[in-house]
Design a protein around this ligand. Structure first.
Ligand code: C2E
Ligand code: CA
Ligand code: CA
Ligand code: CA
Length: 276
């Protein structure tokens, strides 16, 4: 907490008060939304760069209050992350995503791999591994087909604890991916010590890959690093044919982005996969 000198006054501006009010309201509404089934999972396909073959999909959360506009996760996830609400939401997402995936496995659709985002607080929660264990028993079809996406921040505070958690997760047949890779201002030394299967190259590097030689050089370098370490790579946020061509030139294995597919409902995903 901030140190306040004796005798000084702390002023809260109206703006700060409004901000706190907003967060409280979102948090309360979100709790209700979870109970009232107002949350929904969308899925964004991932494809091979070389031939556009589908290789998987990322589950992305949507909040659709009845009669209102969809609220994007960038608004409510950060609020949920301030409390254990993110664990309830994360568990709901995991359960829902695995149920969908196992259902789809009855079809002959080219599913590939299912990716789910996991917040740091959820990852480090005491019953995370136990719950994941139960989930894999409940949905055995997801074993070896489920990838957890975590950001670098997850294991920066406690590397030893993270390493043991990751080993447990791997032992359950669940894969691990580093999301938004390269944006976390961290050294890459942790990659030596952690059982990471995949790197997701952040959209901020892809966005100007054809305008900024520096960005292209960084991508080339990260791809080399992943190859050397035996990790797969997904480039995020591919929006133009030119970006995709450049990723092909650099031998990037996989991508996702608005160019070929936006996040979509389960029904739309099935229709999309049927065409591919
Ligand atoms: P993220 O994990 O980095 O997900 C990628 C975001 O980029 C998604 O935004 C996706 O819709 C968007 N995106 C995909 N392709 C493109 C593109 O070509 N151009 C642009 N401009 N954007 C693209 P979305 O769905 O709004 O999610 C935002 C963030 O919210 C996610 O970023 C993730 O950090 C978080 N999030 C979403 N769902 C969940 C969830 O179930 N659990 C947790 N913990 N976080 C989630
Ligand atoms: Ca992600
Ligand atoms: Ca990402
Ligand atoms: Ca991102």
């Amino acid at each position: 907490a901030k140190q306040v000198a004796p005798g000084s006054h702390v002023f809260f501006s109206q703006e700060m008060a409004d901000e706190i009010q907003d967060r409280l309201r979102i948090s309360n509404d979100l709790q209700q939304a979870l109970a009232n089934n107002e949350l929904d999972l969308y899925f964004q396909p991932q494809q091979q760069v070389a031939d556009n073959k589908p290789v998987g999909m990322e589950a992305l959360l949507r909040w659709i209050p009845p009669g209102k506009k969809t609220i994007p996760p960038s608004v409510f996830i950060p609020v949920a992350e301030e409390t254990s609400l993110i664990c309830d939401i994360g568990n709901w997402v995991l359960q829902q995503a695995c149920a969908c995936f196992q259902r789809w496995q009855h079809s002959s659709l080219p599913l590939g791999n299912l990716s789910v985002n996991i917040s740091a607080r959820h990852f480090h929660s005491p019953d995370f591994i136990a719950r994941l264990t139960v989930l894999m028993q409940q949905y055995p079809g997801c074993r070896h087909n489920l990838t957890l996406e975590v950001t670098e921040g997850v294991f920066l505070e406690n590397l030893t604890e993270s390493r043991s958690r990751m080993a447990h997760i791997k032992a359950l047949g669940v894969n691990l991916s580093i999301d938004d890779f390269g944006t976390g201002y961290s050294s890459f030394a942790y990659l030596r010590e952690l059982p990471v299967d995949e790197l997701k190259l952040d959209r901020s590097f892809i966005q100007y890959i054809d305008q900024r030689p520096q960005d292209k050089a960084i991508i080339a370098c990260l791809l080399d690093l992943a190859r050397t370490l035996g990790m797969s790579v997904v480039a995020e946020g591919v929006e133009t044919e030119q970006q995709l061509a450049t990723l092909a030139e650099l031998n990037c294995p996989a991508y996702q982005g608005y160019l070929r597919a936006h996040p979509m409902s389960e029904a739309d995903l099935i229709a999309w996969l049927e065409k591919h």
